[in-house]
Design a protein around this ligand. Structure first.
Ligand code: ATP
Ligand code: MG
Length: 428
C-alpha cells in the first residue's frame, strides 16, 4: 500500500530544524518584550467576510489564494491567510481601544494560502507580525521598522535591503490611480494578462508585476511620489529622517505598493538577495483605514509581517545551531537496576538536569555506544550489583574517569555536578 505523505505545500519541521525556530522565537520574544509589545493569539479560522472586507476583494490573496469552506452549519469560513485582519477584529471586538493609548501587539503562527509551492513559498507557512494600533505618529512607523531590522540583525542576518515608499492617503492615491490608468491604457494590449485585469480592478497592483514587458512599460509610468499631498510628503520626509537618525539605511522604491487595500502612507519591505525569487523576508506598512473599514473607530495603525520559513532559510545559510546537550545518559540492566534508574532519572530532572534514559534493555556495551552518540557529558550506570548496594557508577565520558556514589548521596553532590557539567559543556 502506498504511504500517505504531507499535503502539497506543507512540510514537517523536523527536530534538527526546530532548533533554528526556537532560536528565532527566543530572540523575537526578548526584543519585542523590551519594546513593550504584548502577544496576542487569535483563531486560525475566521468568517470569510473578515478577509474579504479587511484585505479587499481585488487582491490576489482573496481572489485566488484563500482556503475557504462551508462548515456543517453552512457558514463560510476561511483558514487565515494572514494575521492583521484577525488582530484588528479582536481589537474591535474586545474594545482594546477603550484602554486608551497605543496597543502594541505581536503574533506568530501558521498562515494558509493556496499558492504554487516553491522554495520559500508554501501553502502552510508561518508569519511573525506586529501591529501598533492607535498611533498615527510617524515615530510609530520608524519604531516598527527599526524593530524589524533589530530582529534580523540580532539573528546575524546580513546583506538585507530596506525598500521604503509612501502611497499617500486616499486622495493622493485617487489622483495617482487616474494618472496611472491614463498612462497604461494605451499599452493595454501589451500588458501581461494579470495586469490587464488589474487595470480596472486594482491598477496600483500592476506596479508589482514581475512580467518583463510590463516592467519596461512601467519605466516611464508616473510615480506615486509626484502625487503626494503636502501632508503626505511631510510624513514621508520625516520617516526617512527618523530612520536615518537611527542609522537605518533605506532605498526609496516608488514602485513598492502593497497588495492590500487598507494600506496608507508608509510601505516597506526588507529583502535578501540570498533567497532567490522569494526575496522578501518582511513586509509592512501603515493601514489607517482598516479598523474603521471593519466597523471599529477610526484607528491609525502600522504593522509588518515576516515570513519565518524565509528567515530560517537565511539563518541556515549562515550558522549551524546545535540542539541543547544531554547532561546524563542513564544506562541500566536488570529489573531492579532498571526501576532504580527510572527513579534516579526523575530526581535528577527535578534538580534541573537533562537526562536521557536508555530503554533498550540491551547489553551494557551497546548502551555505552548510544551514550557516546547522545552527546551526553556523563553516564550513570546501574547493574545488579549497584542495585543491591544502592549505588550508581558515575562515568565522565570524555575522560573516562569513573566513580561509585551512593544513590542517596548523589543529590548531595548536585552543586558540584552542576559546576563540573557546565565546565565540560563549555569546553565542547
Ligand atoms: P509575495 O510577494 O512573496 O507573495 P506577499 O506580498 O503575498 O508576498 P505578505 O502578504 O506581505 O506577502 O506577507 C508577508 C511575508 O510573509 C512575505 O514577505 C513573506 O516573507 C511571507 N510569505 C507570504 N506568503 C508566503 C508563502 N506562501 N510562503 C512562505 N512565506 C510567505
Ligand atoms: Mg503573495
Amino acid at each position: 500500500m502506498s504511504s500517505i505523505q504531507a499535503s502539497r505545500g506543507t512540510r514537517d519541521i523536523l527536530p534538527d530544524e526546530v532548533s533554528y525556530w526556537q532560536r528565532v522565537e527566543t530572540i523575537v520574544r526578548e526584543i519585542l518584550v523590551r519594546a513593550a509589545y504584548q502577544e496576542i493569539r487569535t483563531p486560525i479560522f475566521e468568517q470569510t467576510a473578515l478577509f474579504e472586507r479587511g484585505m479587499g476583494e481585488a487582491t490576489d490573496v482573496v481572489n485566488k489564494e484563500m482556503y475557504t469552506f462551508k462548515d456543517r452549519g453552512d457558514r463560510s469560513l476561511t483558514i487565515r491567510p494572514e494575521g492583521t485582519a484577525g488582530v484588528a477584529r479582536s481589537y474591535i471586538e474586545h474594545n482594546l481601544h477603550a484602554q486608551g493609548g497605543v496597543q502594541r501587539l505581536w503574533y506568530a503562527g501558521a498562515m494558509f494560502r493556496y499558492e504554487r509551492p516553491q522554495a520559500g513559498r508554501q501553502r502552510q507557512f508561518h508569519q511573525l507580525g506586529v501591529e501598533v494600533l492607535g498611533s498615527g505618529d510617524v515615530r510609530a512607523d520608524a519604531e516598527a521598522i527599526a524593530l524589524a531590522t533589530e530582529i534580523l540583525q540580532t539573528l546575524g542576518l546580513k546583506d538585507l535591503r530596506l525598500d521604503l515608499n509612501s502611497i499617500g492617503d486616499a486622495n493622493d492615491r485617487q489622483t495617482y490611480r487616474e494618472a496611472l490608468v491614463n498612462y497604461l491604457t494605451p499599452f493595454k494590449e501589451e500588458l501581461d494578462a494579470d495586469s490587464q485585469d488589474r487595470l480596472t480592478r486594482n491598477p496600483l497592483r500592476i506596479l508589482d508585476s514581475k512580467d518583463p514587458r510590463t516592467q519596461t512599460i512601467l519605466d516611464q509610468a508616473p510615480s506615486i511620489l509626484d502625487y503626494l499631498g503636502s501632508d503626505s510628503q511631510r510624513r514621508f520626509d520625516r520617516v526617512q529622517q527618523l530612520l536615518s537618525d537611527l542609522g537605518i539605511a533605506c532605498n526609496i522604491n516608488s514602485r513598492l505598493v502593497r497588495g492590500l487595500d487598507y494600506y496608507t502612507h508608509t510601505v516597506f519591505e526588507i529583502q535578501s538577495d540570498d533567497l532567490g525569487a522569494q526575496a522578501t523576508v518582511c513586509a509592512g506598512g501603515r493601514y489607517d483605514g482598516l479598523v474603521s473599514e471593519l466597523g471599529g473607530p477610526e484607528t491609525p495603525a502600522i504593522g509588518w509581517a515576516m515570513g519565518l520559513e524565509r528567515l530560517i532559510l537565511l539563518l541556515q545559510q549562515i550558522q549551524p545551531v546545535s540542539p541543547s546537550k544531554v547532561d546524563f545518559y542513564v544506562v541500566s540492566r536488570g529489573e531492579k537496576a532498571e526501576s532504580q534508574a527510572l527513579i534516579l532519572a526523575q530526581l535528577l530532572r527535578r534538580s534541573g538536569f537533562t537526562i536521557e534514559l536508555d530503554l533498550s534493555g540491551s547489553a551494557f556495551g551497546k548502551q555505552f555506544k548510544r551514550a557516546d552518540r547522545s552527546g551526553a557529558v556523563a553516564c550513570l550506570i546501574l547493574g545488579d550489583s549497584e542495585a543491591e548496594t544502592k549505588t550508581v557508577q558515575l562515568k565522565w565520558l570524555k575522560s573516562g574517569e569513573q566513580t561509585a556514589i551512593e544513590q542517596s548521596a548523589l543529590l548531595e553532590t548536585i552543586a558540584d555536578l552542576r559546576t563540573k557539567i557546565s565546565h565540560l559543556k563549555d569546553e565542547n
